[in-house]
Ligand binder design. Sequence first.
Ligand SMILES: [Zn+2]
Length: 177
Amino acid sequence: MSLLSIRLFGDPVLRLRAGEVTDFDDALRRLADDMLQTMREADGAGLAANQVGVLKRLFTWEAGDEHGAFVNPEVLETSEEIQEGDEGCLSFPGLFYPTKRPLRVSLRINDVHGEEHKIESATPLQARIFLHELDHLNGILFIDHLARHDRKEAMRRIRNGELEHPRPRPEGEPPPA
Ligand SMILES: [Zn+2]
């Protein structure tokens, strides 16, 4: 396995739509393994292929004891109930802002062998991660969901060069995705 380099905000690949995966081959499984390792090394909760410069509909995630690699994910349903909480992103190291997300989501996914599964988020954190990563595959970033004043502040901090490169996560801060 090898560590991949995580693209930061400003890299155009983060604004592109990733393409459907059609070949469930060893190269895909190697990419998923590398992404999982890269995500863990960066102390993240999720990582989409766009974030390592690969335009394939694939993301990895980890929350508590559970982790996975989801291919060609599609949202089947989201709850009307909303959760609010701080969210961060490995492509915006050091930035965390309150971000509204549905409390629950169900997905249709393929695993890395091409088998189809229906997935229900087991926790609000899982729902948040799944929806954050799905956004990445469509070129959408968490700053797009922020309240106007938070978004302005985030853009100002980015312009000032405040995106911190990988750093230890302070206690109590949620894992970025
Ligand atoms: Zn992210």
